[in-house]
Write a protein of this length. Structure first.
Length: 170
């Protein structure tokens, strides 16, 4: 037995397509939707015509928040207000200079790491004479031993972070 096409009114079609009845009437007047002799719409044909002939959203609507199929108007408005609030917070933070440039921060971190590393590497030369006098050892041999130990310790630090910081500082 053949499938009988469902015939619907403009109001019923508007409900099925989730649009206003006025939009259905305008689309019909423009020839984007077709009615039968009785003024009714074939539901499946009208849905296909609507999908194919629907106009693109107006320029003002492009790039704005789009409603999810299950959202209510209140939820969409709430989400929109939250986005606007976040944008305002960012602008205020920029005006108050609470935000910093990430490249400048990375460069400063790199410079601090490099300065700390240099101080650590110079530490054996400063400490060796005092330590050698205290224990009665050769200052040069003690300095070399301390320097090797410090370099071995510094090699254990991850080089990845330093490379990233160095590229940011460049």
């Amino acid at each position: 037995m053949g499938k009988v096409a469902a015939k619907v009114t403009a109001t019923e079609l508007a409900v099925q397509l989730c649009v206003s009845e006025d939009a259905i009437r305008k689309a019909t007047a423009c020839g984007r939707l077709t009615r039968d002799d009785l003024g009714l719409y074939d539901a499946s044909t009208a849905a296909q015509e609507w999908a194919q002939n629907r106009k693109a959203p107006p320029r003002s609507a492009r790039g704005k928040l789009k409603a999810r199929p299950t959202e209510t108007l209140l939820e969409v408005q709430t989400r929109h207000e939250k986005v606007k609030l976040r944008e305002r917070e960012v602008k205020v933070a920029e005006l108050e200079a609470n935000l910093i440039d990430i490249r400048a921060a990375e460069k400063q971190v790199w410079e601090l790491i490099r300065a700390a590393r240099e101080r650590i590497l110079n530490w054996p030369a400063e400490l060796a004479p005092e330590l050698a006098a205290a224990v009665g050892a050769d200052p040069t041999a003690l300095e070399i031993a301390l320097e090797q130990a410090v370099r071995k310790l510094l090699e254990k630090f991850p080089a990845e972070g330093l490379e990233v910081a160095a590229s940011a500082a460049a």
